[in-house]
Design a protein around this ligand. Sequence first.
Ligand SMILES: Cc1cc2nc3c(=O)[nH]c(=O)nc-3n(C[C@H](O)[C@H](O)[C@H](O)COP(=O)(O)OP(=O)(O)OC[C@H]3O[C@@H](n4cnc5c(N)ncnc54)[C@H](O)[C@@H]3O)c2cc1C
Length: 542
Amino acid sequence: MIKIVEKLHHAAPGWTVQADVVVIGSGVAGLSSAINARKNGLSVLLLTKDLLSTGSTAWAQGGIAAALGPKDSPNQHLIDTLEAGAGLCNKNAVQTLVQEGPAAIENLISLGTVFDLDPQGNVALTREGGHRQDRIAHAGGDATGAEISRALVASVLADPKIQIFEHALVLDLLKDKNQRICGVTLHVMGQGLIDGVGAALGRAVVIATGGLSAVFEQTTNPLVATGDGVALALRAGASVADLEFVQFHPTVLWVGEKSRGSQPLISEAVRGEGAVLLNENLKPFMSALHPMKDLAPRDVVAHAVVEEIRNSKQGHVWLDGRSLGKDVWMKRFPNILSSLNKFSIDPIKDLIPVVPAAHYSMGGVQTDMSGKTNVPGLFVVGEAANTGVHGANRLASNSLLEGLVVANRLGNHFKDLPKQMEPGESNVKGELISGELRKKINKITTQGAGAIRDEAGLLATLKELEETASEKTQDGSTQAWEATNLFTVSAFIASAALMREESRGAHWRQDFPNRDDKNWLLRIKGEMQEGRIKLTTQSIDL
Ligand SMILES: Cc1cc2nc3c(=O)[nH]c(=O)nc-3n(C[C@H](O)[C@H](O)[C@H](O)COP(=O)(O)OP(=O)(O)OC[C@H]3O[C@@H](n4cnc5c(N)ncnc54)[C@H](O)[C@@H]3O)c2cc1C
């Protein structure tokens, strides 16, 4: 059975900083968690591995979902979320998400986020795949995430009790004598007083490190999405769940067969405004497959696109957005338009070549709807978490919302933090996988554990991962720390995907093509035990 790295190797911490709460990551989840901690009167250390604005949040285009429209209700939002989740959502968690969604948007507005308005001066709402109502609030046309990030970053920068460290890569969690989390080790690429490996101590640690889609060869995510939070939480004894469910976004710009890394996304909102998918014969194909046609849930559209590509001679399908006209493209999608223009595509008169790419991880560290994990002192918020709201397939634009709602509720647990921290012995001896193996891990993961899976491919992925990781290094570097985390995440995804012998939501097994509610209305929970992956099944409402 595949062996996982139990401890990242690094130098002994040469310096220490401390605050009440340590927050890792500066996307919607991390920034909102820092703001919530301050609301509860706690001081914060905000650590982020690149710049404050780096992460998926600032790249979010379509918007944020909440039942704000006159014809909408939290219950309708609940129904659509449960349907997209293909039977695996935790209904209580979804109730909280949809009921607290409108207030989360109000809170964002009070923090300075400027949403696009309709002619009556209300928040303008659009529709995306899987939604039966217009309920997606957006900003700057297709720059919703950038606007949310701008407003939250401004709030954080204005608060002197939030100390910020950019270029600070968190390595592992620290525990006190009672096995409670009391901080992290980190590597700062800084200048001046703080540089190299150090320790950041806190009475609580919030992981908000975002997604893991950079484990695949092509992704819509920025390349910082290496699943660090999931890997370091596993090393500290946290439970993960649903890691076999990785959403592949159906409409990512095809920029050539050899293109790897981050790829430009064409938001689902473009289909919400009327764009249609066409096959190689320029025929629409979604209307025959689902009553919601091109706005069917994402897994349905992604599978249809994969099938069309398999049955055609071209490596992509087409997205026809010509009917939107110049005004809609320029006002609603200025950033996508400019990104297409860079590839000499004018969507007002040209078809857009698109393919699926890894986009969002439904799985993550198991938490309740207030971010609490099974490890005392450890909280996880945002895409790194698994609250159960997304089930087997996230409903479009529910992820920014989840980050906000859960961060706003962290205070439920912040009242019980211990008064003091007493760090235990910190063991710095560990192992690393060479940073040079990152591309190989990407390839192996994509080939066997990508959008289409079967037993032989998954077993091959696990075998090749094991062979790849047999050589270890002790040379600590950002590349090696990230590669080691990617290896861990890949091994968990492939193992859970192998265990789930059915097709459901974003998990598609060619050898088990049907959904199997009799045997698989269950969540797969994962843990690391003595460097081995331990998977068990769990009821979905736990
Ligand atoms: C192109 C694109 C478009 C999207 N569009 C939408 C949309 O319209 N609506 C929607 O709801 N969702 C959308 N999503 C998904 C959504 O943006 C993300 O799920 C959400 O922003 C995740 O927020 P987060 O705060 O959890 O993570 P992120 O915003 O990704 O932030 C993670 C942070 O953690 C930091 N970090 C990671 N590892 C470490 C480490 N080891 N040490 C220190 N810091 C670390 C990163 O640098 C980053 O600051 C989109 C995603 C992409 C990629």
